[in-house]
Design a protein around this ligand. Structure first.
Ligand code: 13P
Ligand code: SF4
Length: 300
């Protein structure tokens, strides 16, 4: 079986597979660690494997390479980019900074290494509030996700957040009407939403949190039915892990197509042939590492 072959290759090559919760669920069978962005970044920093196969999107593999430059990092399928991360490049970041001079810049981890290399600190959706707070300043710039940035602003008193107009096309498919309809249909079931959703969606949700925060909330709550307003992979894993509860995806096909490019065959192929290796230019990597390490330090 393919999963056995992958496990064999992992052992032979001292490799680990990191899998994001938005991956096709069968990838969990070969993944050593499954979780959200912050957890996987922490695992990339911690592992003593020689090879990391990052079953996620490109910026995640790139971040793992920056954190662990001496390890070889592979992306199963090179088509797995993040549409939001690609909405801002270095020129656009510089322009954004120029228009808002001398204000610290926080970038979402969903950004390229180049963008990270010119930002002060990065964050994930789990720790964004904590990271902005840690700066202890009245104003920050936030890129690329305008919705996460604006949601963080609602969670803090007296911090102005000027956001870059990036967004996640998958999360923006969830409309306020979807939440209203779900609440009518399931009046006693909490709606759990990711902060990449539109601000009106977040306002209507009962709980807003990152992938791991949504999963923790659902697992620990006494409620029996939950409406999940984020990527389908989260629902698939909740259904697998909590058989006694019911999880309803807010609407059909809330799927990140890029996350789903990676297959077990791709993982097997990169492990066997050592193709799709991810490299980051030395100078960019050094600068981006500062941005990532500042986040890891604050979120310890
Ligand atoms: P998490 O930080 O919740 O893993 O989110 C990553 C992501 O890409 C969400 O769209
Ligand atoms: Fe990027 Fe959105 Fe996919 Fe997350 S869900 S990886 S933000 S495109």
């Amino acid at each position: 079986m393919l999963t056995d072959e992958i496990k064999k290759l992992k052992k032979e090559k001292n490799a680990v597979v990191l899998g994001h919760c938005y991956q096709n669920i069968e990838i969990d069978e070969v993944a050593d660690y499954v979780g959200d962005s912050i957890y996987l970044s922490q695992m990339a920093a911690k592992t003593d494997a020689d090879i990391i196969v990052f079953a996620g999107v490109y910026f995640m593999a790139q971040t793992a390479k920056i954190i662990s430059p001496n390890k070889r990092v592979f992306l199963p399928n090179m088509q797995s980019g993040c549409l939001m991360a690609d909405m801002i490049n270095l020129r656009q970041l510089r322009e954004f900074k120029l228009q808002n001079k001398d204000i610290p810049v926080v970038c979402y981890i969903n950004s390229t290494a180049e963008v990270k290399s010119e930002c002060d600190i990065c964050c994930t959706s789990s720790n964004a509030v904590k990271i902005v707070k840690s700066l202890n300043v009245p104003e920050v710039l936030f890129c690329p996700d305008t919705y996460l940035g604006k949601w963080v602003e609602t969670q803090l008193e007296n911090v102005k957040i000027t956001t870059y107009p990036g967004f996640c096309p998958t999360h923006l498919r969830i409309k306020p009407e979807d939440i209203i309809q779900a609440k009518e249909k399931y009046p006693n079931s909490p709606v759990l939403a990711h902060p990449e959703c539109h601000r009106e969606v977040c306002k209507l949700a009962d709980f807003v949190g990152s992938t791991s925060q949504i999963m923790k909330y659902a697992k620990e709550s006494d409620e029996k039915t939950f409406i999940i307003a984020t990527e389908k992979g989260v629902v698939d894993r909740l259904k697998r892990d909590c058989k006694s509860k019911e999880f309803i995806l807010i609407k059909e096909n809330i799927i990140c197509p890029n996350m789903k490019h990676n297959t077990l065959e791709d993982i097997y192929n990169v492990l066997k042939n050592e193709t799709n290796e991810v490299f980051v230019e030395e100078e960019i990597s050094q600068k981006a590492l500062g941005c990532i390490n500042r986040m890891l330090e604050v979120s310890k």
